[in-house]
Design a protein. Structure first.
Length: 348
């Protein structure tokens, strides 16, 4: 899909206050590590994640999303009356029903004419939401729209640690599916897209390509959707090795389609911002796509895997830190369990 009339007004974020290191997690699991003879430092060595962040207890996904949304409005020239659509795109939601977007919509004081709903596409939620809102803008249905995501990893992290400690039969083999859950971090983002004539700058969304390789939908699954507040027993089972290889293969196919559809070349991109998963995943991805890893902007070491927040948070930090200059081209690239893959081109 190509876009002619869509600007990225801003990408904003909110960072949780509490940092939890991989070393601290391993200290909580020390009895299991000793019994299984696992070397300390294994978690950071395997993943490249030094720490991840958590919201204060009691923070709901909608609270985090609303904070990021308020930041976006403060940084934007778009007024609330111009927002025609609010989509909550996070893996984490306050509850199964109603849409968490309705809570965020109320918190931000959007007009009743702005439709509010959730979409769920694992770690690709924001990227999928951007393509949806961009299509609505191109079709003339809305002037502007906001995508928000508030990921709350505390329930998953704490439940995973309790489960590992409580299973006296766990082995070096059976513990492996739990390691991905120990990499998850919290965060929040908000993206405002608008018609070009509403914006004072020219940060254009050029195009997007998506691919669904759904035969691998069983490689990463969370338990029943009960909401993501504190004290919810949330678990995730992941075949990390197979998911990495199948996901990167899907990304390679998507990359070729993306270049063809947008008529862009590898060397056109000054910066690549990806869904941050792990160092092995990062290395394999850039090798497979034949991209210079030096143009990647990594954030994994200090935030972990923040789900749908990861890729847009990385992009926002790259922009704020001057890595992306005005007029340069950047790519947002994500692989989500399912397996789904999405790539967006931006002229900043």
């Amino acid at each position: 899909m190509l876009y002619k009339n869509v600007n990225i007004e801003c990408i904003s974020y909110e960072l949780p206050p509490e940092a939890v290191t991989s070393e601290e997690i391993e200290q909580q699991l020390s009895s299991v590590y000793e019994r299984l003879k696992l070397p300390p430092g294994r978690l950071e060595l395997m993943t490249g994640i030094r720490e991840r962040r958590l919201w204060m207890p009691g923070t709901m996904p909608s609270d985090a999303a609303a904070m990021a949304g308020a930041n976006a409005l403060a940084r934007s020239q778009i007024v609330k009356s111009d927002i025609g659509c609010l989509i909550n795109c996070s893996v984490c939601r306050d509850f199964l029903e109603p849409a968490t977007a309705t809570v965020v919509h109320h918190k931000l004081g959007f007009p009743e004419t702005a439709i509010a709903f959730d979409i769920s596409n694992a770690c690709l939620g924001i990227l999928t939401g951007m393509t949806l809102v961009a299509g609505m803008i191109e079709a003339g249905q809305i002037k502007a729209g906001m995508l928000v995501a508030g990921e709350n990893s505390r329930p998953l992290l704490e439940t995973t640690i309790r489960t590992i400690l409580g299973d006296k039969t766990i082995t070096r083999q059976s513990i492996k599916p739990f390691f991905a859950s120990l990499t998850i971090g919290s965060g929040a983002v908000a993206v405002i897209l608008c018609r070009k004539d509403l914006s004072s700058h020219d940060h254009r969304l050029l195009g997007a390509t998506s691919l669904s390789v759904t035969e691998y939908n069983d490689l990463c699954r969370g338990n029943a959707d009960k909401g993501m507040g504190d004290n919810h027993d949330t678990l995730m089972n992941t075949d990390s090795e197979k998911l990495m290889h199948c996901g990167v293969a899907a990304a390679a196919e998507t990359w070729n389609l993306f270049l063809k559809e947008t008529d862009l070349k590898r060397n056109d991109f000054a910066c690549f911002c990806t869904h941050q998963v792990g160092t092995a995943h990062r290395k394999l991805l850039y090798e497979k796509l034949q991209i210079d890893i030096g143009r990647d902007y990594p954030t994994l070491d200090r935030f972990g895997n923040t789900g749908s927040v990861s890729c847009p948070l990385t992009a926002a930090l790259a922009i704020d830190n001057g890595v992306v200059a005005n007029g340069s081209t950047m790519a947002l690239m994500g692989i989500g369990s399912g397996i789904n893959c999405a790539m967006l081109g931006i002229k900043w």
